[in-house]
Design a protein around this ligand. Structure first.
Ligand SMILES: Nc1ncnc2c1ncn2[C@@H]1O[C@H](COP(=O)(O)OP(=O)(O)O)[C@@H](O)[C@H]1O
Ligand SMILES: [Mg+2]
Length: 267
């Protein structure tokens, strides 16, 4: 049994059906990465897994229970989501936004505590935004904002984290920093599900890769076992070569050049 799984999902917005009979199982303790072309349904799937989108058919299960039956705070203590385009309350400061991650842990009887304070401090340190605590979120750069949003989800201290394009808007150094942070969270025992656009990053960091196209899962498994030039062509329509990443030996996708592939004959 896996903590988070979905069976027979039909996902749709009004008349647009994004996926039918879609099933996924997120291996416990995995760093699962979802890849696939634009508009194939990655965010839609993540939103269904986080109960932001109600499936037209099928069920998402968390710890064996249909997710629809869980009280909102209970769900938010077990599973956190970083949406692709989160809305931020106007004029809110970084510190106040990150503190909102503690809301699911509070109640009338249990108000702001030392544990809440520690969770917020730790989350802000983890993504390097401690110095921004008093700044207004709207006035930050895209990269800073993205890290603050990540801190908000981390402060929730959930065992499962769903991250929709956590590295978007970040320069390459900050992308790696965020992915290394994700890898650390994974090593500490959390289950991560991230949507990433960079296939090479996906291959480096994922323990379990899910390749989607047109609302379907075309392949899943450890990157080294499933990523081939044929798969990349089938998923993205991109001719490429797959070689070993010189740094990590994981699959490295090299898109074919515009002219012709260099071979022994035409070198
Ligand atoms: N709120 C919405 N209303 C209507 N259609 C939507 C909405 N959100 C996404 N879609 C459509 O659903 C499809 C899948 O979108 P999405 O899951 O966001 O793709 P991805 O994250 O893989 O790029 C796309 O065709 C998109 O236009
Ligand atoms: Mg998306």
């Amino acid at each position: 049994m896996t903590r988070l799984r979905a069976e027979d999902l039909t996902l749709a917005y009004e008349k647009r059906v994004v996926a039918e009979r879609l099933g996924v199982q997120i291996p416990d303790g995995s760093f699962t990465v979802i890849v696939g072309p634009n508009a194939c349904g990655k965010s839609t799937l993540l939103r269904a897994l986080a109960r932001l989108l109600r499936p037209r058919e099928g069920t998402v299960y968390l710890d064996g229970d249909p997710i629809g039956a869980l009280a909102p705070k209970r769900l938010a203590r077990r599973l956190g989501l970083l949406p692709q385009s989160p809305l931020t309350p106007e004029g809110i400061t970084v510190g106040d936004l990150v503190a909102r991650g503690r809301y699911p842990h509070q109640s009338l009887l249990r108000q702001w505590s030392r544990e809440d304070e520690a969770a917020v401090t730790e989350a802000m340190e983890a993504v390097g935004v401690t110095g921004l605590a008093d700044r207004v979120v709207d006035e930050l750069s895209g990269g800073q904002r993205q890290r603050v949003r990540l801190a908000l989800v981390l402060a929730q201290r959930t065992g499962i984290l769903l991250l929709d394009e956590p590295t978007t808007y970040l320069d390459i150094a900050h992308q790696i920093e965020v992915l290394d942070l994700c890898a650390r969270l994974h090593e500490e025992g959390r289950t991560l599900v991230a949507v990433l656009h960079d296939l090479n990053h996906a291959c480096r960091y994922a323990t379990h890769l899910i390749a989607m196209r047109g609302g379907e899962v075309l392949a899943e498994g450890p990157p080294a076992e499933i990523v081939t030039a044929e798969l990349v062509e089938r998923v993205f329509g991109l001719p490429c070569r797959v070689i070993a990443d010189p740094e990590t030996a994981t699959p490295l996708i090299v898109p074919a050049g515009r002219r012709r592939t260099l071979t022994a004959e035409n070198l």
